[in-house]
Design a protein around this ligand. Structure first.
Ligand SMILES: [Zn+2]
Ligand SMILES: [Zn+2]
Length: 376
């Protein structure tokens, strides 16, 4: 039954344009469903904070505010689900949303109490996933409507895969932070770099931030180029390039091995060099938002900015399917590195005709893509 419901639900989300117009109950149904899932997950987080939430977020967030917001979210989900049930011929969206609201309420709703004690151990950043998804969605969904490059639905080809990538990288936030900072502390304890570190940390914060951006992009440029040039590394990176549609969710499609390599090779040296930790965290946030932006379906060409900063069109060419787009535009922030090392490509006013890897060798689905680099 669950499988049938999921299939019908996906069919509804990916429905033809004609049956997603205003008045068809699609918009209310989708919003109800998103709110109901958010509410349900939030209730789980309130009940099992130990297992499901990030300690840093727990400290920073006011729980009473979470409860009020959750209350509103659940009521809105309920109302919109009802609207969708009345308007829409197929009832899957409204029905599922309503069911989730009922489950959330049964688990305690906005009054849900913590079960068990708070201990410090392994956790999954489910709260981070919801927060991350909602905040990024709130920023990028309207931008992709207003400055849309290509007509495409939010539920476009392979959106489920990319959402799963989004979920997994959010949930594994603990491991990634640990992987970045723990080895640095080990190197810090053994290496004698105190004079360099003192010089670096004595600079103004804004300058440190800029230096981090610049240095990591230089390192990132060569790591990225290596991932394109070395055949067995390419198989990991091909997963990222397998996206045939780009939007705000597509950038999170990355093989775990590549994330670890890239983050490790950029964050560890910066920590060891002694940059202020708050600037490193700021860098991680900026790099995340920036990556989302350059993959997004946004046409937003500001002439003077193009030679200085990477734009969506610049990075879309990196993902382009045509011959001329192979192995160009490796920079993620500053095009200057592509200019310096001879890989700059930006034909005037043109976008690539298609996206992805020629012949589409990478299979679909998260686990198949996870295994792909290890296959012959
Ligand atoms: Zn690439
Ligand atoms: Zn990309």
């Amino acid at each position: 039954m669950l499988k049938n419901l999921t299939t019908s639900l996906i069919k509804e989300l990916e429905a033809e344009k004609a049956s997603t117009q205003i008045g068809t109950g699609w918009i209310s149904g989708v919003v109800a469903l998103v709110l109901a899932i958010t509410g349900f997950v939030a209730v789980l987080c309130l009940r099992y904070p130990d297992l499901l939430t990030v300690p840093e977020i727990r400290v920073a967030i006011d729980v009473s505010l979470v409860r009020i917001t959750l209350h509103i979210v659940l009521i809105l989900a309920f109302l919109l689900a009802t609207v969708s049930l009345i308007l829409r011929q197929h009832k899957f969206l409204g029905f599922t949303a309503l069911l989730l609201v009922l489950f959330a309420v049964a688990l305690g709703g906005s009054n849900a109490r913590i079960s068990g004690e708070l201990t410090s151990g392994v956790y999954f950043g489910l709260d981070w996933f919801i927060l991350n998804l909602t905040l990024t969605g709130i920023v990028f969904l309207p931008l992709e409507r207003l400055f849309r490059r290509k007509e495409q639905s939010v539920f476009r080809f392979e959106w489920r895969e990319d959402l799963l990538y989004f979920l997994i990288s959010s949930v594994m936030v603990q491991s990634f932070t640990y992987l970045s900072f723990a080895p640095s502390n080990l190197i810090l304890a053994t290496a004698q770099l105190s004079s360099i570190q003192a010089a670096i940390v004595s600079q103004p914060l804004w300058l440190q931030f800029f230096e981090i951006m610049f240095l990591t992009d230089l390192v990132q440029y060569w790591v990225h180029r290596l991932f394109h040039k070395v055949p067995w590394l390419w198989k990991f990176h091909a997963v990222h390039h397998s996206a045939r549609t780009l939007d705000w969710m597509a950038g999170s499609r990355m093989h775990v091995v590549e994330i670890i390599c890239l983050r490790g090779l950029t964050v560890i040296p910066m920590t060891v060099l002694g940059f202020d930790q708050s600037m490193l965290y700021l860098y991680l946030i900026v790099v995340y938002l920036y990556a989302t932006y350059i993959h997004s379906n946004i046409k937003f060409d500001i002439e003077w900015i193009k030679p200085i900063l990477v734009t969506p069109r610049y990075h879309h060419w990196h993902h382009g399917i045509e011959k001329e787009a192979i192995d160009v535009n490796f920079s993620i922030h500053f095009p200057i590195f592509d200019r310096l090392f001879g890989t700059y490509f930006m034909p005037k006013g043109r976008w690539p005709s298609g996206l992805g890897v020629n012949g589409h060798p990478v299979p679909s689905g998260y686990w198949k893509q996870f295994l792909y680099p290890f296959t012959k």
